[in-house]
Design a protein around this ligand. Sequence first.
Ligand code: FAD
Length: 326
Amino acid sequence: MSGILVYALHSDEGEFNNNSLGAISEAARLAGEIGGEAAALVVGDVDDAAAAGLGKYGAAKVYRAKSVPEGLAQPIVDAMAKVITENDLSYALFGGGLLGFEIGAGLTARLGAGVTMEVTAVKADGGKLVAERPVLQDSAVVDVGYVSEPGVIIGRLNAFDVKESGSGDAEVVDIDVELSEFSTKATMVTRGESGDEGGVDIADADILVGSGRGFGGEENLSVARDLATALGGEVAATRAIVDAGWIPYATQIGQTGKTVAPKLYFAAGISGAIQHKVGMQNSEYIVAVNKDQNAPIFEYCDFGVVGDLHKILPKLTEAIKAKKGA
Ligand SMILES: Cc1cc2nc3c(=O)[nH]c(=O)nc-3n(C[C@H](O)[C@H](O)[C@H](O)COP(=O)(O)OP(=O)(O)OC[C@H]3O[C@@H](n4cnc5c(N)ncnc54)[C@H](O)[C@@H]3O)c2cc1C
């Protein structure tokens, strides 16, 4: 059966993360094109309604492994390998993220499968899936097909849009998984979401104020935070200022950080290096403020202002507050 299995990660509060929901939505679309079904795997404590609710995003079936702990890669590899093998599924699709990469790599080894990582799009061709993967610092894209099944496809974080296909509740199937001996050697001590300073996951924010070295120092980032608050968004960062210790890694956008696609990405004091661009280029609207008119960010922003962010941002924040009557 040309089925596609997606692992759906949930928080301790029972909420599925957007990245997983995007992967399920994409699996449902692709399954429709190759004549199969999209299925999801959930582990741990997920109630009937939450599991069945994944049908809203197009999962026809949800396999639930209650005894498998959430958040550790190897037990989830055991569960996914069992579901894929016993149901003769053709593909495993991941939304990316550190855990997705870890599980995907483990599953690839376990199944002796082919794998493509950092995938930004997937298409159907002749009843098979073909993964599109940027290469050479995103200057070219290659198509990767699979000569045997199952195949493993690991997307970039948030590469797949969340879409409610409205197909109703999914069938929930409880499964028993016998964990491999090595899968019990690590145990979860504490689990928490890695967000920005406020504990918010920037990958879910509609508005981001991207901040770069142009701020000149950690103490000046309050200017970015004020603007983000006025706009109702969050602060994101370049690697340069994460490496400098100005702001936590969880806020880093780019090749070695998160991939985001907010409605508005406001880039301030950011040169726009390719490694940063790959993490935010899918934003709906990009606005840039930079004092250097030759900065690369101006080549791909929708609206650019050449000027000093220390003068522009506070005025903009005040104007937004005044407009909102705050
Ligand atoms: C393997 C690898 C992986 C990488 N991964 C990432 C990644 O994931 N994310 C990432 O961001 N980078 C990454 N980088 C680093 C990347 O190449 C750049 O060095 C980095 O993005 C630059 O950050 P920046 O724009 O903050 O700093 P800079 O390049 O130093 O740019 C600062 C900008 O601020 C402007 N400026 C200065 N003062 C002002 C002012 N007062 N007002 C307005 N503008 C001002 C300057 O004109 C300049 O354009 C990676 C690099 C490598 C080699």
